[in-house]
Design a protein around this ligand. Structure first.
Ligand SMILES: Nc1nc2c(c(=O)[nH]1)N[C@H]1C(S)=C(S)[C@@H](COP(=O)(O)OP(=O)(O)OC[C@H]3O[C@@H](n4cnc5c(=O)[nH]c(N)nc54)[C@H](O)[C@@H]3O)O[C@H]1N2
Ligand SMILES: Nc1nc2c(c(=O)[nH]1)N[C@H]1C(S)=C(S)[C@@H](COP(=O)(O)OP(=O)(O)OC[C@H]3O[C@@H](n4cnc5c(=O)[nH]c(N)nc54)[C@H](O)[C@@H]3O)O[C@H]1N2
Ligand SMILES: [Mo]
Length: 769
């Protein structure tokens, strides 16, 4: 490539979930520049340069020794075994044979192909779409997963109470409205700028900081409710109410109670736009259980004084109030409740459907929320139809593998876990995303075969039987597109593939050939032909709307295309407010449901018919007196490119940094910069501690994403020396309704780590022979 000679440097356009950029290679080094029009670009892009040729990359196909010698079958040596390199043709033959064996003996129901994960931004080489398409078109289907780790509880409850979940996050209150109209933004869990840095499919403009600054300049008050002061940026100038984690529902109940007894609730709104208020009000006022949910009741539960709660409630009355609830709140026990109760609070204030007011669920959590939608569709790879049809709620994977045939509740149904023989993953990292990793290891020991496509030696790859090296985004051509960012990007290839890495598409095409279904999978197209084909949909829509519609060659040469966007019209809730009979919500009653007959009818005590305070099972106590908040990392997307420079530079003593209050540290003889051991009944990890008054006492925060690094992989419950909080989190569903992930919160104890510091080996390739 001419740009690798060092003489001629040509920056080429590319994109990632954490920003649009251009890149070039000079003297063998990758240079990355953010998109020039981005008002607030982020440094996550700086994870690319060191990552591109890092030894943590997977260089060639590998097969686990035990699997090779003994054949498929349950094996507790997964994650403890060495690997044998194999040539591509041989490994593809072997895997093709294994896939045939599974299909003949067990059918598609023997394969778990959910393959949850964010993969990369390009819409064609999106690994999760590729694997689903492969399993559907060339294998006959698979056991799938539904919902996400992001919004497991919200996405199930919202259709019963508010309407369409996608519309709630993507077609509702925008940042433009916040800047222009909101008087008060009451943000449960905040809206940390680090989170909005990221948007699936790519993002060319980070607008959140500017919008908060503009709102603030206009006199808008930001109020942050949550354990970390950094959950709102300085630009917001927020007041901080540091409640006990997991208690927001009680706080919201007390706010509503205060409004109701003072007669400050919007009766007209509640009558006209909601159903079930009287039923809920009986609970609120304590008519049902003798306990009014007032500020005095909530104070000891939430750790917020009754006076603070009452004052806050009064300040909300009569102003344009936006209530936001971070995804994080529902990634916890009874996570459905704060989602529902946030909507009830916004309804009590009569604000839903007003510009800059109402309910901005998850606003700020991801860069494509609170933005205008594109007026034309983007490229998406058709996944084909899954004729098998069975699924699990995504976060129940370990339960499924450990309990085949067992019954469980989900969304009003009693379902049965299938018996899985082969697990196939491409584009996700369950050793990043799942909870209770020691339990996950046991679960993965149960299957016959675990196949992983990866660009790097994640813990998931290390636990696999067959590891196929995938290219990373910089090594292939693609199209970057997100439904709420106006820039569609022609992602040019920046570098040659690492080692023997191949595109997921080419790997699946070669396997499809071995299964006799190559044509069904590829439709006879090369990657470049697919890009042209997928682009055509956008081109046609542009032409139909009378917009400039460059052909693929022109788009590719230009490097990007600015798309028309839809007006910021407030979405279904604005229309509903204007005329609830003409524009009913798609809930069972067509109204906002404060009591849901449907949910009540499921009869699950863990999610009753109206929002309620349901005390969690897991609370701080002897042995684990501290809350642990395991939130999103600021320096990377999840576990991706944790071996990159930006992520590495933020670590201390090679370990992930945990935040702790000086009072909690002093009580344990811990000083800033010490390595600490965090532990509970499930496991333990090390982290380097940073002391800060910006965290509520009694709470420790350790972000996700440091790669799982067992001190002694032979142990059943090894110490993670690097700081992965998922060795500590609990693997239990939010409720019988949604069975969502509860990884955000757990309880732990912390102590100064006095022993010799174990080395970090997470980024060294595994042993081979
Ligand atoms: N404790 C706790 N746990 C959590 C959360 C929490 O709040 N607390 N949050 C959860 C949430 S919201 C989410 S969304 C999940 C995220 O969990 P994941 O989406 O699984 O995390 P990623 O690190 O993004 O995993 C993507 C993987 O795909 C690989 N990859 C990238 N590009 C390619 C490619 O082109 N081909 C292939 N084959 N592989 C590729 C990357 O190397 C990486 O290993 O984590 C969840 N886990
Ligand atoms: N930089 C970066 N950005 C990301 C991601 C990433 O990995 N890196 N991941 C993206 C993804 S996939 C998702 S789904 C979103 C996730 O969006 P969120 O789930 O909203 O993000 P988190 O950072 O996990 O949590 C936000 C904050 O909620 C607070 N919090 C936790 N528990 C409670 C509680 O009980 N009550 C209150 N009031 N506050 C609480 C924590 O202090 C935490 O910092 O982020 C996205 N953005
Ligand atoms: Mo997520």
């Amino acid at each position: 490539m001419s740009n690798e000679t060092g003489s001629k440097i040509e920056f080429r356009p590319h994109s990632s979930h954490w920003g649009v950029f251009s890149a070039a290679i000079r003297d063998g080094e990758l240079l990355v520049r953010p998109h020039p029009a981005d008002p607030d670009p982020n440094d996550l892009l700086q994870n690319f340069p060191a990552a591109l040729r890092h030894p943590a990359r997977v260089a060639q196909p590998m097969v686990r020794r035990g699997w090779l010698e003994r054949g498929p079958g349950p094996d507790s040596r997964r994650g403890r075994d060495e690997f044998v390199p194999m040539a591509w043709d041989a490994v593809l033959d072997l895997l093709g044979q294994e896939l045939r064996r599974i299909r003949e003996r067990y059918g598609p129901g023997g394969v778990f192909g959910g393959s949850y994960g964010w993969s990369s931004a390009g819409r064609f080489h999106h690994a999760q779409s590729q694997i689903h398409r492969f399993l559907n078109t060339a294998f006959g289907g698979y056991v799938a997963s539904v919902n996400s780790y992001s919004s497991g509880a919200a996405s199930v409850i919202v259709p019963y109470i508010l309407g369409n979940y996608e519309e709630l996050t993507k077609h509702n209150v925008t940042w433009e409205q916040v800047a222009a109209h909101s008087d008060v933004v009451l943000a449960f869990g905040g809206m940390a700028l680090k989170n909005a840095m990221v948007a699936g499919g790519g993002i060319s403009e980070h607008v959140e900081r500017g919008a908060m600054q503009a709102a603030r300049d206009r006199g808008c008050d930001f109020i942050l409710v949550g354990p970390l002061r950094s959950d709102l940026p300085e630009e917001a100038g927020a007041e901080w109410i540091a409640n006990i984690p997991g208690t927001d529902t009680a706080l919201m109940l007390a706010l509503v109670h205060t409004l109701v007894v003072a007669g400050l609730h919007d009766r007209e709104f509640l009558d006209r736009y909601t159903v079930g208020w009287p039923n809920f009000e009986r609970y609120l006022l304590g008519k049902a259980d003798g306990q009014p949910k007032d500020a005095d009741w909530a104070a000891p539960i939430t750790g917020v004084s009754a006076e603070t709660i009452r004052n806050l409630a009064r300040r909300l009355h009569g102003r344009r109030v936006l209530v936001t609830v971070a995804h994080a709140l529902q990634r916890a026990e009874h996570g459905e409740q704060p989602v529902w109760m946030g909507a009830v609070l916004a309804a009590t204030l009569g604000q839903i459907g007003l510009p800059g007011g109402g309910y901005g669920y998850a606003l700020g959590a991801i860069g494509y929320y609170g933005r205008r939608a594109n007026a034309v569709p983007g490229p998406t790879l058709p996944q084909g139809r899954n004729r098998h049809g069975n699924f699990i709620p995504v976060a129940r994977i370990a339960d499924m593998l450990l309990n085949p045939g067992a019954e469980y509740r989900y969304n009003g149904q009693t379902r049965t876990y299938p018996e899985i023989r082969l697990v196939y993953w491409a584009g996700g990292n369950p050793f990043h995303h799942h909870q209770d990793l020691n339990r996950l290891r046991q679960a993965f020991a149960r299957v016959d075969t675990l196949v992983v496509h990866e660009l790097a030696w994640t813990a998931t790859a290390r636990h696999a039987d067959i590891v196929l090296p995938a290219t990373m985004t910089l090594e292939r051509e693609d199209i970057g597109y997100s439904s709420h960012d106006p820039l569609m990007v022609a992602m040019h290839r920046i570098a040659e593939p690492y080692g023997e890495a191949r595109d997921d598409y080419d790997i699946f095409a070669a396997l499809a050939r071995r299964l006799g279904s190559e044509e069904a999978f590829t439709e006879g197209r090369s990657s470049r032909e697919w890009l042209r084909h997928l682009y055509a949909r956008t081109e046609q829509a542009l032409r139909e709307q009378g917009c400039p519609a460059p052909d693929f060659e022109a788009f590719w040469a230009a490097g990007s295309l600015r798309l028309p966007q839809a007006p910021d019209d407030g979405g279904p809730w604005r229309a509903f407010r204007e005329d609830p009979d003409a524009n009913p919500l798609p809930t069972p009653s067509g109204r906002i449901e404060i009591f849901s007959e449907t949910v009540a009818g499921f009869g699950d005590a863990s999610c009753p018919g109206h929002p309620a305070w349901l005390p969690p099972e897991e609370v701080p106590g002897p042995g684990a007196p501290l809350h642990l908040v395991a939130n999103q990392p600021a320096t990377r997307l999840h576990s991706q490119l944790d071996f990159g420079d930006h992520s590495s530079a933020a670590k201390r003593r090679g370990r992930e940094v945990a935040a702790m209050h000086p009072v909690d540290a002093a009580a344990r003889g811990i000083a800033d910069g010490d390595v600490i051991r965090l532990f509970n009944v499930r496991g333990a990890c090390l982290a380097t501690v940073r002391l800060t008054a910006g965290i509520r006492p009694g709470v420790v925060q350790l972000p996700t994403g440091a790669w799982y690094d067992p001190e002694d992989p032979q142990d059943d419950r090894p110490l993670c020396v690097h700081g992965n909080p998922n060795v500590l989190t609990r693997d239990a569903g939010t409720s019988a309704l949604a069975q969502g992930c509860t990884g955000q919160l757990t309880v732990v104890e912390a102590e100064r780590f006095a022993g010799n510091l174990p080395p970090i080996r997470a980024f060294e390739p595994p042993l081979t022979s």
